[in-house]
Write a protein that binds this ligand. Structure first.
Ligand code: BGC
Length: 734
């Protein structure tokens, strides 16, 4: 029998407070010994990616590194320019949505550990990640960095990422706290949201990572929430984070995201990054003028020292500044990628796995087959030593047995960078197909046994600082798909993207459809293994793929503000000297009218058909769920069932548990994910799987008492392989 490490296992229950609280006496003594100037020096950026320690007392600076999916290259001390070193490469881990598609706590832990290992080799103390905002819109520029539309999936993986990194000695920095769900106008949008939707959906992953993962760092987001900048939002930074969740660690600003001195420091902000505009001399003056008490300063310094003294400092000169991208980390990247790939469609004729005894020539079409995806997307680019593209992965695995031919098929969208002064104007990725490239691709497709078409986005289409304008495949890829299907009926389409795209055309004309994400240094190898049947696909969608953008709740409710007249998205390059408070912009409000009905919660309730549902993913094996039993254990439940692999193929499956309220005095989503477990079964094997279902996860946020409450009554528990395929159900009373 397998006991699943689901959302919040007893092993994860808080073991008597944060690990950070072991140095309080030492910190008392240090603070006593510090001058006011030394204290203030700790509260703002020193360089682009460091803040000051206490040199006189031998306390090192804090060194930060972007995350979330690879340690970023070194920058010049005071600019965004690369330092052009040859010793600062790193492993490119699969990006957030790919990690989430594994639904694997085990590999989220390994991922965090791998990130930390490389951070330590580069002398970094804090990883600027994981990035755990809820994917509210599929077009979000950073959807690919974020994990999921579901708070439990996001939160659980964030807990394990955090523990993996911090067990290895590097602090995480959960970002972007909070409600940074869009990139367009992220620098001034004001998110208005009800308290319960905020706690149940958007804050929940942060709460879990703080309370159960003991995260040591948090980054305040650029935007406003309910009228207040996140960097001076007392409700978020003090009431919720520190008082309700007991967070003892440090809050840093997003880069250039501070707007005030007194409000920021008294609301709970520890470090202004990367400069000192508000929390340098201005703060010193404010203390001297009696506007901020030294007690507040001492408290902010204490919170930083807790992290500083916990994370073993690696002095810069001592750090092993060798190029990283170790075998160990590459293996983690490979294992994550293997589990992330989602098989969306495989028609009866069974194009997948590719029958390599029969297929002699494969036409590989599309620039995404040969394009590396490690760099791009602004802050989250990774300078990696190695990236196996899909084409390379296929060639390595197929050797000389199968001939691979290639045609580019379309011209990849490349952003025209305007630079800081011109702003960053995101054009619509070119939609027209290039007739010459189509013609060439059709020719190549005609003379092959099988066509592998690589469509999707790239790191310029999905990027920090601006959202996509549509989910249509760029560069005329739909048109190309139709032409390829006419040329060769054996068409397999692989979507390379971080977020959902409109697959109505490619899905119709392709015999098989695969989502393979921005999948890290080893992604091409993992994909080739899946396509050739060396392993079975086992990823499950961490977000819904809607049929069309107009179905998305934020679009239906008209509450995703995107089309401002001046369409200026220039905040991508944060200008550190310019106050971006502009009256008109301050009025830009995003009113989250869909409340807690995000992603599948909305489509369920409104009965909107989607292209591919949350939690969906096919396998080469055949799994059957049977014999559901629900037991009470202490105050919680244990859901158990038999999972049988009715095939000869060894494979992994992600079992999912959803809960619905039979009757409720408050409005509740039709069903919600409350547990999950990835399991490996050999061909023909069956196992009883047990997934804990915690009462805590069945609570709702009670606005009046500002606490989680359990409503008595009946619930329906459903179990299966996706949110829309739940063959088992059982009712219990709370
Ligand atoms: C991003 C953060 C990032 C920081 C430092 C900001 O623009 O929003 O996610 O960590 O830059 O690169």
């Amino acid at each position: 029998m397998v006991i699943a490490m689901a959302s919040m296992t007893t092993a994860l229950a808080q073991s008597g407070g944060s690990y950070l609280l072991r140095h309080e006496k030492q910190i008392d003594a240090i603070i006593k010994d510090m001058t006011l100037e030394e204290k203030i020096a700790m509260l703002h950026g020193k360089n682009m990616f460091s803040s000051e320690g206490i040199p006189r007392l031998g306390i090192a600076d804090v060194e930060y590194a972007d995350g979330p999916f690879g340690i970023r290259e070194e920058m010049e001390p005071h600019s965004w320019n690369s330092a052009h070193l040859t010793t600062d490469s790193a492993t490119f881990f699969p990006t957030g949505s790919a990690l989430a598609a594994t639904w694997s706590t085990e590999w989220a832990y390994a991922y965090g550990k791998g990130m930390s290992h490389e951070a330590r080799l580069r002398g970094k103390d804090m990883i600027l990640g994981p990035a755990i905002n809820i994917q509210r819109i599929p077009t979000g520029g950073r959807t690919y960095e974020y994990l999921s539309e579901d708070p439990l999936l996001s939160g659980t993986l964030a807990v394990y990422y955090t523990r993996g990194a911090q067990d290895d000695g590097t602090a995480v920095c959960l970002k972007h706290y909070a409600l940074n769900n869009q990139e367009d106008y992220r620098g001034f949008v004001d998110v208005r949201i009800s308290d319960h939707a905020m706690h149940e959906i958007y804050l929940r992953p942060f709460e879990m990572a703080v309370r159960e993962g003991d995260a040591w760092g948090v980054m305040a987001a650029y935007n406003k929430v309910n009228g207040r900048w996140c960097s001076e939002n007392k409700h978020l930074l003090t009431t919720v984070l520190r008082e309700q969740w007991g967070f003892p660690g440090m809050v840093i600003s997003d880069w250039g995201g501070v707007h005030s001195t007194v409000d920021a420091v008294t609301s709970g902000m520890n470090v202004e990054m990367p400069g000192s505009r508000f929390m340098g001399q201005a703060l010193l003056d404010s203390v001297k003028a009696g506007k901020v008490s030294e007690d507040v300063i001492n408290q902010r310094v204490r919170e930083i020292l807790r992290v500083r003294l916990t994370v073993e400092p690696i002095a810069k000169e001592k750090a092993n500044r060798l190029p990283v991208g170790n075998d160990e980390e590459m293996t983690i990247a490979l294992e994550v990628a293997r589990r992330s790939i989602v098989l969306l469609k495989n028609d009866k004729q069974g194009l997948l796995p590719i029958d390599t005894r029969r297929v002699r020539t494969i036409a590989v079409i599309g620039e995404n087959a040969i394009k590396t995806m490690a760099l791009g997307g602004v802050g989250a680019g990774v300078k990696t030593r190695k990236e196996i593209t899909p084409f390379r992965g296929l060639r390595d695995i197929l050797g000389n047995n199968v001939k691979l031919t290639y045609a580019k098929g379309y011209k990849s969208y490349e952003r025209q960078w305007g630079g800081p002064s011109a702003g960053n104007k995101q054009q619509d990725p070119v939609q027209e197909a290039d007739p010459e490239l189509v013609e060439e691709a059709v020719k190549v497709a005609k003379s092959a046994d099988l066509v592998l078409y690589f469509a999707g986005n790239n790191r310029e289409v999905e990027t920090e600082g601006s959202d996509r304008k549509s989910i249509t495949l760029p560069s005329g890829q739909d048109e190309l798909a139709e032409a390829l299907a006419k040329a060769n009926k054996n068409l397999i389409t692989v979507i390379v993207s971080g977020g959902p795209v409109d697959v109505s055309t490619v899905s119709k004309v392709s015999g098989a459809l695969v989502a393979s994400w921005f999948n890290g240094s080893m992604g091409g190898q993992a994909l080739a293994e899946v396509l050739t049947g060396k392993i079975s696909p086992s990823g499950k969608l961490p977000m819904t793929w809607p049929k069309k953008l107009e179905d998305v709740p934020a679009y239906v409710t008209g509450t995703y503000p995107q089309n401002m007249e001046d369409n200026n998205q220039g905040d991508i390059f944060v200008d550190l000297t310019r106050n971006r408070n502009n009256d008109r912009r301050q009025q830009l409000i995003a009113n989250y009218a869909e409340e807690d009905l995000v992603g599948y919660r909305w489509y369920d309730q409104k009965k909107v058909a989607v292209a591919y549902s949350f939690g969906f993913g096919l396998s080469y094996a055949k799994f059957q769920y049977s014999d559901l039993q629900v037991k009470t254990v202490g105050g919680d439940f244990e859901v158990s069932f038999i999972l049988t692999n009715h095939s000869a193929i060894d494979a992994e499956e992600v079992a999912q548990v959803y809960v619905s309220r039979i009757k409720s005095s408050i409005s509740r989503p039709v069903k919600e994910l409350k547990g999950f477990h990835r399991v490996a079964l050999k061909g023909g094997e069956r196992q009883r799987i047990t997934i804990p279902l915690r009462r805590a996860d069945l609570c709702h946020w009670d606005e009046a008492s500002q606490s989680w409450k359990l409503e008595p009554g009946k619930i329906k528990i459903q179990v299966g392989g996706s949110s829309t395929n739940l063959p088992l159900h059982h009712e219990v009373k709370l």
